[in-house]
Design a protein around this ligand. Structure first.
Ligand SMILES: Nc1ncnc2c1ncn2[C@@H]1O[C@H](COP(=O)(O)OP(=O)(O)OP(=O)(O)O)[C@@H](O)[C@H]1O
Length: 530
């Protein structure tokens, strides 16, 4: 992950820092060796050289480690941000999302990935460096004693891995007993009213205690196993350490095959061979637990790379033939016909709850007609083609939405529009006064800086107008506005939208007259105003 999602420059900067930073045990090992040589030979020059040079090296390594922490966290941040960008990009392109699931993935899963995945990868890298450096140095000092130390460290580690399974089984059995205990207690407490009614207090206590005893027994079993395994491993570790490297090393010193100083040096450095080796396996196991999260990111990456349809400008004709729409098992309407040509201004009217908003959603492809046919530019619209349909539409919904962001960003949504275009869209939506009073950078959307319902609706209209899409779908666009504003907005829609499909349940006759078609969804009657 750090290679795939991280910044390569940061990674390449981190690696040398880690190599130097992880050589601390080698420095202390060599210092131990030199000090003992100085002591056994009564060599003051070597003593001072070791003291000064060693301390200088330790200070330098400490400074490098301080820097390493900064670079490591920089890399973690870069990987996190790259992954978050991938996930956000993928969510943005999802046709259906469960915001609870996505939120949980963005917060809990990605946090887990950071600690068990990204950090572990960096730690494994550090452990590999530590292992390799220490191993090479220890082998150079005395390869036979080094091997003895490694064997002594590996034996208890292998045993621990073998016994780990038994401990895990005991801990699973305990957690099972624990949940059974909770269930029994819950049942017992739920029945407390019966106990009190029949004054069966002894039954209540005895039953509760019986369950508690069962749990305590499972806990005792697990604790004995863990404690005994711990003691056994410590014993074996001491025996192995004394038997193999110590006796073998000292034997070699007595034989004159090596010196005490070298033996002590190897002993010190060997810790940095054994510990990283064992830690690497633990960390790899932890890393494996993040596999499902990594798989989800891979899918997100593929989805994020999907190309989105380019805004189209080729709308000619849209036809609904004998369509019906069903929602939550209820047939909203049937046998509805509609023909819209470029330049049309169509008003669709029906009583509240009849399915007007649902009809617009079906035109967008969010819902599918269960009867009849929907053709766009004489091509049948099927679920697979709805994504390419979207760029033809602007959509003014009944529940306008504002992001916690500036007025400008709420209109442009990050697209490239110049100030002139933005100001024109605001003016067309009767928002000039607001933009002059607050400024285009005014932050809206948060609770304390909310705008009026009418202002929010007009911002949604400005957002739609700004894009100049071929068809504007408008769902009761003037319902939250006063008469004067409603008239301005209605005029704007009629004049600015190239093709307008508006649904409303009540529109004055004088306004109806300005549409090219007025259709009553409840009886499919088409009235062409004179
Ligand atoms: N998300 C939904 N899931 C299931 N049914 C829904 C959903 N939204 C709306 N409905 C149902 O679909 C029917 C039509 O709703 P719709 O909003 O399309 O009507 P409408 O004519 O636009 O009403 P209004 O004029 O009040 O906005 C209603 O019976 C409503 O309960």
């Amino acid at each position: 992950m750090i290679w795939k999602y991280g910044n390569k420059r940061t990674l390449f900067l981190l690696m040398p820092l880690m190599i130097i930073g992880n050589s601390i045990s080698v420095i202390t090992g060599l210092m131990t060796s030199c000090f003992i040589t100085a002591a056994t030979n009564k060599n003051m020059v070597l003593f001072w050289q070791t003291a000064f040079l060693g301390t200088a090296c330790l200070i330098l390594v400490t400074l490098i480690n301080l820097m390493m922490v900064r670079v490591k966290n920089k890399l973690i941040m870069e990987v996190n941000l790259r992954i978050k960008a991938i996930v956000l990009e993928s969510i943005a392109k999802k046709s259906q999302i469960d915001s609870g699931d996505e939120l949980s993935f963005m917060t809990n899963d990605l946090k887990l990935l950071e600690t068990k995945g990204i950090e572990n990868e960096i730690n494994i890298l550090g452990l590999i460096f530590e292992f390799v450096i220490a191993f090479v140095v220890a082998l150079t000092l005395d390869w036979l004693v080094t091997l003895a130390f490694i064997l002594a460290g590996v034996v208890p580690a292998l045993l621990s891995a073998k016994l780990g399974g038994r401990i895990e089984a005991a801990s699973t059995a305990w957690s099972k007993s624990n949940s059974a205990y909770t269930g029994q207690l819950k049942n017992l407490f739920e029945g407390l009213a019966i106990i009190q009614l029949y004054q069966s207090f002894a039954f209540f206590t005895a039953k509760g205690l019986r369950e508690s005893r069962r749990l305590e027994k499972a806990l005792r079993k697990m604790n004995i196993l863990v404690g005994q395994v711990e003691q056994l491993l410590t014993g074996i570790a001491y025996i192995a350490l004394m038997l193999l490297p110590f006796s073998f090393g000292i034997y070699r010193v007595i034989q004159g095959a090596t010196t005490l100083a070298i033996f002590m040096g190897v002993m010190q450095v060997s810790n940095s061979v054994i510990n990283p080796m064992l830690n690497i396996f633990t960390k790899i196991n932890e890393l494996k637990t993040t596999k499902p999260i990594q798989a989800k990111i891979k899918i997100a990456l593929q989805r994020g790379q999907q190309t989105v349809a380019e805004p189209a400008n080729d709308f000619v004709k849209l036809t609904l033939t004998d369509v019906g729409l069903k929602r939550a098992g209820k047939q909203l309407f049937t046998h509805f016909n509609l023909r819209v040509q470029a330049g049309d201004k169509v008003l669709i009217m029906a009583p509240s709850g009849f399915g007007k908003s649902s009809l617009l959603k079906a035109l967008l492809g969010e819902l599918t007609f269960n009867q009849g046919s929907y053709q766009f530019n004489q091509q049948p619209v099927i679920p697979a083609t709805t994504q390419t349909l979207l760029p033809n539409f602007a959509y003014i919904t009944q529940q306008p939405f504002l992001f916690v962001d500036s007025l400008t960003n709420n209109l442009t949504l990050g697209s490239d529009f110049n100030n002139q275009q933005i100001t024109a869209a605001l003016a067309a939506s009767d928002l000039t006064e607001l933009s002059k009073e607050k400024g285009l950078d005014y932050q809206v959307g948060s609770d304390s800086r909310q705008l009026s319902g009418g202002q929010i609706q007009r911002l949604e209209i400005a957002r739609a107008i700004l894009r100049q899409r071929p068809i504007v779908l408008a769902d009761e666009p003037t319902s939250a506005l006063d008469e004067e504003s409603a008239a301005i907005i209605q005029q704007t829609l009629l004049t600015q939208a190239e093709t307008l499909i508006q649904v409303s349940h009540k529109v004055p006759l004088s306004v109806q007259a300005q549409f090219t078609k007025v259709i009553h969804l409840d009886n499919s009657a088409v009235i062409v105003p004179s």
